[in-house]
Design a binder for this molecule. Sequence first.
Ligand code: NDP
Length: 514
Amino acid sequence: MTSTFDRHPSPPPTSASVPADGVETFESLDPATGDLVGVHPVAGPEDVALAVERARDAAAWWGNLTFDERAEHLLTWRSVITRRIAQLSELSHRETGKPIPDAQLEIALAIDHVAWAAKHAKKVLGPQRVASGLVMANQKSTVEYKPLGVVGVIGPWNYPVFTPMGSIAYALAAGNTVVFKPSEYTPGVGVWLAETFAEVVGGIPVLQAITGLGATGAALCTSGVDKLAFTGSTATGKKVMAACAERLTPVVIEAGGKDSLIVDEDANIAKAAEAALWGGMSNAGQTCIGTERVYVHEKVFDAFVAEITEQAKGLRAGTDAGAKIGPITMPSQVDVIRGHVQDALDRGATAVVGGADAVGERFVQPTILTHVPETSTAITEETFGPTLAINPVRDMDEAVRLTNAGKYGLAGAVFSKRHGVEIARRIRSGMTSVNGIITFAGVPGLPFGGVGESGFGRIHGPDGLKEFTYAKAITRQRYAPPLNLTSFKRTVKDEKGLNLIVTLLHGGKKTLKP
Ligand code: NDP
């Protein structure tokens, strides 16, 4: 392999898993037990700058590979992750507390995205012919999408593999190198990803993990990366955007949500309840596209509440094999969840499952509230816990109005036999699943992202690949132009010719053909 890295006889490690003496460190802890999982260095601004510099050198190699060559490396990485899925699941389980089968599901979806990005980058980003139009008929026009250079990725802890992979895999497939700052709660997972990728590319720092706290992420924002992809809270997203503005660094912001699931009167109630329960409770509710609100047609409201209450029996958070929900990963979140549940109850909501007592120190038991006032924080703010707020609505117009009333617009779901897609189209959000729950996230060809305070920009699919590129337009003259328009030698005949063509093309009253 020849590269600019011939200059570096032994490429630097992607991240120091065993920090050297004197290096400032932080601990990653098991949220279920408080046990130590790992110790990681806190990368300061100089370390971040060095990582970005290495990434820029590496980009000179990686960015100049062909799409097929990059795809080969990415597909090898995909295979490595697949073969070691048990190891990565165990690490994710220890750092986040999520049950191992949930960790495996998350990683399996991420693997699928790596493969999709690798296999589709050439078709989506490679040179494509564009019609030149009558006036420029003598030109051959093409557009292609070039890598930006170095992409910074700041990831969250709730889905420490799937979520950042939506940026990492697509940015890499597009020809960028990546400097990845994982959450302080899941640094081990981030380092694991970078180290396995380094194995695939002979140690060249195409994907590096830099560990640390919020300040490390802040340093990445101002490090001169060519784009910054952030996933996390809306509040931090705003700080990231402000920091990036300093150097006019473009950003992708995948922020929070307050998604609703709408149940129409003709819906399959059992299936809708099953989906709402999973959407609200899986991963202990710590899902950006999780269900937090449910709006149910008043004609089927009682039946729905009875059904979901029944299905919720036996579902509990804990560490034993029977517990399907893990702990709250970020300790400070417990107070937020408690506050939202209490606020709803104080304003007159009813707890049909769980309630204020369900919020423990590390674990929150499933809590389902009904008749929750629309002004309470359980409706207006992201709760990020295993809770659902279920309210009756007169009709689907009201369901759509309430769904769209909030500041977020990430995703959502609709259960209806006859009007599902129609209702989905009226929801102001980036993604909606009809008669299913978060199914769009498992379709690699679909874009993922939100509107409003849920952020902007897209990961996944062709849009996700293009997000980490710039469009390059090229026109090549095939033969001399019939009209010499862009020259001081232009004649009156040329000008009349242009007028004639424009009149023929655009002067009529024709409307669009269906
Ligand atoms: P943050 O938004 O604070 O953290 C997300 C990432 O940003 C982490 O890697 C974090 O690093 C990093 N970060 C923190 N401060 C800065 C900064 N100033 N500049 C750059 N990067 C920074 O989320 P939290 O983990 O604090 O969670 C708070 C709330 O956010 C949750 O309660 C939930 O509502 C929401 N959230 C939403 C997610 C989603 O998927 N949409 C994911 C995670 C959280 P570090 O962890 O080291 O502080």
